[in-house]
Design a protein around this ligand. Structure first.
Ligand SMILES: NC(=O)c1ccc[n+]([C@@H]2O[C@H](COP(=O)([O-])OP(=O)(O)OC[C@H]3O[C@@H](n4cnc5c(N)ncnc54)[C@H](O)[C@@H]3O)[C@@H](O)[C@H]2O)c1
Length: 257
């Protein structure tokens, strides 16, 4: 399968990654969908093909550096050269700082930070060899706005800003752009977990924490996965071809830097 535009996305079996896959496919991109849940990834790829788009899928746990490199090499070949990559896979753990353990720290860092590096590094190498490409790293508003009991998650997302900047600096001269997107409160399974765990810690009712967070958003509504997919598609397109090294807040005005 060859296409002029090909993108690989991690953690795309549901939520934000899935929305990015569907939007990019609708715009004519050939999409390589991966997720640690291989069945979910396969279902998204099938949905794209049923809609007339072009997609392949694989089970990929981004904490496995070798598997990530192999998958990037495989889809780069199969899709005729990656021109886009979206590092989206991420996990959330909720506990107060004094209850944070080294095991939880390592678990979150290994997916959110190490896993992002394991994926974007081979993708960047492929793109640099051809002198063309755009990489989007999904960070989070929580990296700029510390929030209760999501300590290690926030830290991992802040580190992704650093990764974005150093990659942009070294890869810009090679024709590869690297930007981060920081969504706010997105209506996915991840926020369901945050709401439930924070409510338990704070003695609140289910739904209360989410409602309070949404009430603080100037644009007055929760963010959808499709909202995030719009800015990701923009960053992968030539409409943003003079932008690199940025961390784009896309959060309804939650964070105003
Ligand atoms: N939901 C939000 O409010 C929000 C806000 C800001 C940033 N984000 C970020 O957006 C990204 C997507 O989050 P979401 O809200 O869609 O969450 P989600 O939990 O709905 O989806 C995450 C996906 O990543 C996959 N995944 C988990 N561990 C993996 C691993 N080791 N390897 C490969 N895939 C793995 C899961 O199977 C799942 O399909 C994450 O990086 C998250 O941190 C989410």
């Amino acid at each position: 399968m060859a296409a002029s535009q090909a993108v690989a996305i991690t953690g795309a079996g549901r939520g934000i990654g899935r929305a990015c896959a569907l939007r990019l496919a609708a715009r004519g991109w050939a999409v390589a969908v991966s997720d640690v849940n291989g069945e979910a990834a396969a279902a998204v790829a099938e949905e794209i093909r049923q809609g007339g788009g072009s997609a392949v899928s694989a089970r990929l746990d981004v904490t496995d550096a070798e598997a990530a490199r192999d998958w990037v090499d495989e889809v780069d070949r199969e899709l005729g050269g990656l021109t886009g990559a979206v590092a989206n896979a991420g996990i959330m753990r909720v506990q107060e700082f004094l209850d944070l353990t080294p095991a939880v720290w390592r678990e979150v860092m290994s997916v959110n930070l190490d896993g992002t590096f394991y994926f974007v590094h081979p993708a960047a190498a492929r793109m640099a060899a051809r002198g063309r490409g755009s990489i989007v790293i999904i960070a989070s508003a929580s990296s700029r706005l510390p929030s209760f009991a999501t300590n290690v998650y926030n830290t991992s997302k802040t580190a992704l800003h650093g990764l974005t900047r150093v990659m942009a600096l070294e890869l810009g001269p090679l024709g590869v752009r690297v930007n981060a997107v920081s969504p706010g409160v997105v209506d996915t399974d991840m926020w369901e977990l945050i709401d439930r765990k924070r409510a338990a810690l704070l003695g609140k009712q289910p739904g209360e924490v989410l409602a309070e967070a949404v009430a603080r958003i100037p644009l007055g509504r929760v963010e959808t996965p499709q909202d995030v997919a719009k800015v990701v598609a923009y960053l992968l397109s030539d409409d943003s071809d003079y932008m690199t090294g940025q961390n784009i807040s896309y959060d309804g005005g939650m964070v105003m830097p």
